[in-house]
Ligand binder design. Sequence first.
Ligand code: 4NP
Length: 155
Amino acid sequence: MKILMVCLGNICRSPLAEGILQHKAQQAGLDWTVDSAGTNGYHVGEAPHRLSQKVALLNGVDISQQRARRFSGADFAQYDKIYAMAVDVVDEMKGLAKQHFQAGKVDLLMNELHPGRDLDVPDPWYGTEPGYHEVYKMIDEACDRIIAQYTSNNQ
Ligand code: 4NP
């Protein structure tokens, strides 16, 4: 499986999603490729936000080596599944990918936990540390669900 996590800046939410799912896949013995990208280019080349790094490390996940990159339509050829952190992210992905957009590969990450409800992972960018802990917990639970569903369908 090749999975891409997408948010706006690729410095707060999707780096957490990449790190968490990669960590869980490794623990489950799954040889998955997990990556992340952002729809805006403001932070390309930067490491994840210091609070995303801090909260991840408190949970045993090191995301310090990640660097932000911009999402592009070419990602649809590379990945089996693309999870967007929020509805506005899906809109931005459509604008960037144009004819390359494949709706069948895209879902909101929170729909893994709450199917069909189209809930966002809130953007912690303007907030304080508790917001990053809340976002970590939401992403962590969704990633648990992804692994559980995959392993029950492929045993
Ligand atoms: P993220 O948060 O999408 O979770 O990485 C953001 C970080 C930066 C910006 C927007 C969202 N920004 O516009 O700079």
